[in-house]
Design a protein around this ligand. Structure first.
Ligand SMILES: NC(=O)c1ccc[n+]([C@@H]2O[C@H](COP(=O)([O-])OP(=O)(O)OC[C@H]3O[C@@H](n4cnc5c(N)ncnc54)[C@H](O)[C@@H]3O)[C@@H](O)[C@H]2O)c1
Length: 259
């Protein structure tokens, strides 16, 4: 059987990296992409099968670059079976008065427009080839106002609406589009966002994710999640067993959204 091909954005760290590794373990050939060349090099170095994990530097907020990477993968591999959009930045829990137009624009550019670019480039290929899976990492913030800052909440809510429409557009072509919405997951999101957003964010160490007291109150499971607990759901959505799951937002949050 032909090896299945996946692209993962934001695969230099955290959830995207865990998804890239889990897809390699599941037998895929994975193109791990990230804005940071250094983080991608670490992802590559720790891969269980270096031959099955290739890397490409990619800023998802650049439409032309996203289109170029997808075209390059399809030219080399002849198909694109799975597109995972995981790249994202955190807005430091900034409220409406703290959210400058510049912070708003950058968070929307990366989290929402970057996801749209990945979805569109993948859909162009998948609709034509007659199969494919598009899976995007949303957040509990897509449904809860107090989960994160204003621009982040808006970007993640936008991702959910966009995937409902996307699922409608691609379903008849054998393609599914779903969102996996994590709660609090142990990653470097605050540190990488501080590096990438700089002065646009005043303080990256505020909000629900930093306080065990708040987790214990909000998350019935009473602990943050692990990257592999998100990656396993993505691997399921990419599999043939998930062929009739479409247009869904799957909460993987220890029960937070049920509270
Ligand atoms: N960690 C959590 O608690 C949590 C909860 C809900 C949702 N999420 C979402 O999960 C996704 C992954 O975040 P994470 O927690 O693994 O954080 P992370 O910082 O560990 O990984 C994010 C990666 O995305 C990359 N990235 C950022 N901007 C980019 C751009 N413009 N183009 C390409 N790559 C870019 C970063 O370089 C980094 O390697 C994000 O969409 C985030 O919003 C995280």
């Amino acid at each position: 059987m032909k090896q299945r091909i996946a692209i993962v954005t934001g695969a230099g760290s955290g959830i995207g990296q865990g998804i890239a590794y889990a897809l390699v373990e599941a037998g895929y050939r994975v193109y791990a992409t990230d804005i940071s060349e250094a983080r991608l090099a670490s992802t590559k170095a720790a891969a269980s099968s270096a031959d099955d994990l290739l890397t490409r530097v990619l800023d998802v907020s650049d439409w032309a670059a996203v289109e170029r990477v997808v075209a390059d993968v399809v030219e080399h591999e002849g198909a694109l079976d799975v597109m995972v959009n995981s790249a994202g930045v955190f807005d430091g829990y900034a409220d409406v008065l703290e959210t400058t137009p510049e912070l708003w624009q950058r968070v929307i550019d990366v989290n929402l427009s970057g996801t749209f670019y990945g979805c569109r480039a993948a859909a162009q290929v998948m609709v034509k080839q007659g199969h494919g899976r598009i899976i995007t990492i949303g957040s509990v913030a897509g449904q809860r106002g107090a989960a994160d800052g204003l621009s982040y909440v808006a970007s993640k809510a936008g991702i959910e609406g966009m995937h409902r429409r996307l699922a409608v557009d691609v379903a008849a072509h054998g393609v599914t589009a779903n969102v996996v919405a994590p709660g609090v997951i142990k990653t470097n999101l605050r540190a990488t966002s501080e590096e990438l957003l700089g002065d646009l964010v005043a303080d990256q160490n505020r909000g629900i994710g930093v306080s065990p007291d708040i987790w214990n109150f909000l998350i019935p499971t009473r602990r943050p999640g692990e990257v592999h607990e998100i990656a396993s759901v993505v691997v399921f959505l990419a599999s043939p067993q998930a062929s009739y799951v479409n247009g869904q937002v799957i909460q993987v949050d220890g029960g937070w959204n049920a509270v």
